[in-house]
Design a protein around this ligand. Structure first.
Ligand code: PLP
Length: 430
């Protein structure tokens, strides 16, 4: 579309990135299942390799189907460009690889998805020498206190998985601006339907598109959306990959040559090229189609989740429910500011019967699939302590809101009365 800014989120979800194919008239997005693209002539090939001209060379760097998804994500977030990766973890590696060098430091929320906690606290330091310090995402002052001269970014989930803590994005953006570093927000749980972090001052948005954006539990993917609002040249000493001459590309300076798209272009031209964590065209296609119904699905996810969270809160077998959509939640005020007062689809609750009761529930529920994913049309359940968060020690699990008595659910878009009947029949057995 010529001007995405004048259209609403539903229109952008459907139309952006996909006009009719000029050659065949195909109305929906084609899957460009090709490895490489022919050059028109020698000069064209040379220009593409030197980044003097935009176009397609090799699908590890760019691909039209993946590019269409990147265009849609850019428009949905209000960014300047996007880069898809093979998974959410791939996106996190991709963005940090543009910013960090061995010995550098990132300040990340202690309320991250368990796999991300492991990535930041164990794998990044071990493999790349990227150190980290954690902070509570609703306390920007803790983030400020953790920043050192080596810190290159603040990383937070807008709505945390699994506890649903809503980050103080504006407070954190102010801290990041003061320190001259970008604020990166993982918006996987909220999606642009509930929250647009760039509008609250964040500089970069990351996604596991595997979850609500694709929405049907059938396509792995990740994305980095460049907000286009960070002045890399002003912080050239901190961010040499973006703001100093690159000898691989005729000494161009990405921030000078590509302005507010510097990070997005670098993520393709260097990050994807050299890390090889590109998204497959078929997965991009599924996510592209999934996004067309994002708003319908997200509202139904939220409505069902709120109804079930209220039901569980009043249930005598349940010790507590952590869901930002509930008025009783300590995160509800922040949810009103950042996520339309909604809590999304994912939440945790604790059973008075502890570990054994949790094990019985995951076994007995009929409509809930017992698996390690969120953001499917189907309702899902997991016992984090024995699965997603099992790599953390008990202290880390408790900090992440995933103790032994805790269950995580991702509420689907089925008939809510059927889900409640399933829950009641199961809780009667513990
Ligand atoms: N971020 C969040 C909030 C997640 O929940 C997940 C996975 O569950 C990830 C990132 C990692 O995404 P992926 O599994 O696509 O690598």
């Amino acid at each position: 579309m010529s001007d995405d800014k004048k259209y609403g989120l539903e229109t952008v979800s459907i139309h952006t990135g996909c006009g009719p194919c000029p050659e065949t008239g195909a109305r929906t997005i084609p899957i460009h299942q090709t490895t490489a693209f022919t050059f028109k002539d020698a000069e064209h090939g040379a220009n593409l390799f030197a980044l003097k001209e935009a176009g397609y060379v090799y699908s590890r760097l760019t691909n039209p189907t993946v590019g269409a998804l990147e265009e849609k994500l850019t428009a949905l977030e209000g960014g300047s460009g996007a880069t898809c990766a093979a998974s959410g973890h791939g996106a996190q590696l991709l963005v940090l690889s543009a910013l960090m060098s061995p010995g550098d430091h990132v300040v990340n929320s202690c309320k991250l998805y368990g796999g991300s906690v492991n990535q930041f606290a164990q794998i990044f330091p071990d493999m790349f020498g990227w150190q980290n310090t954690t902070f509570n995402p609703d306390n920007a002052e803790e983030a400020r206190a953790a920043i050192t001269p080596k810190t290159k970014a603040i990383f937070v989930e807008s709505l945390s998985n699994p506890e649903g803590v809503v980050a103080d994005i504006e407070g954190l953006a102010a801290v990041a601006n003061e320190a001259g570093i970008p604020l990166i927000v993982d918006n996987t749980m909220a999606t642009p339907y509930l929250c647009k972090p760039l509008q609250h001052g964040a500089h970069i948005v990351t996604y596991s598109t595997t979850k609500f954006l694709s929405g049907h539990g059938n396509a792995m993917g990740g994305a980095v959306v460049d907000g286009g609002n960070f002045d890399w040249l002003k912080q050239a000493g901190k961010f040499p990959r973006l703001a100093k001459a690159n000898p691989n590309y005729n000494n161009i300076i990405f921030a000078e040559s590509f302005g507010n798209m510097a990070l997005a272009i670098h993520n393709h031209a260097v990050g994807l090229r050299d890390l090889g964590i590109n998204q497959q065209p078929f997965n991009a296609y599924l996510t592209f189609i999934g996004l067309e119904t994002l708003s319908l699905r997200m509202q139904k996810h939220c409505d069902n989740a709120l109804t079930i969270a209220k039901h569980l809160e009043a249930h005598d077998k349940v010790a507590w429910v952590s869901y930002a959509g509930l008025e009783s939640s300590k995160h509800h005020a922040a949810a009103k500011k950042y996520t339309n007062g909604e809590g999304g689809a994912v939440f945790t609750f604790a059973l008075k019967g502890g570990y054994d009761a949790c094990v019985t529930v995951v076994k007995e529920l009929e409509l809930f699939s017992h698996l390690a994913n969120i953001g499917d049309t189907r309702s899902l359940v997991i016992h984090p302590a024995s699965t997603t968060h099992s790599q953390l020690d008990s202290d880390g699990r408790a900090k992440a809101g995933a103790g032994d008595d805790v269950l995580r659910v991702s509420i689907g878009i089925e008939t809510v009365e059927d889900l409640i009947a399933d829950i009641d029949a199961t809780l009667a057995k513990v």
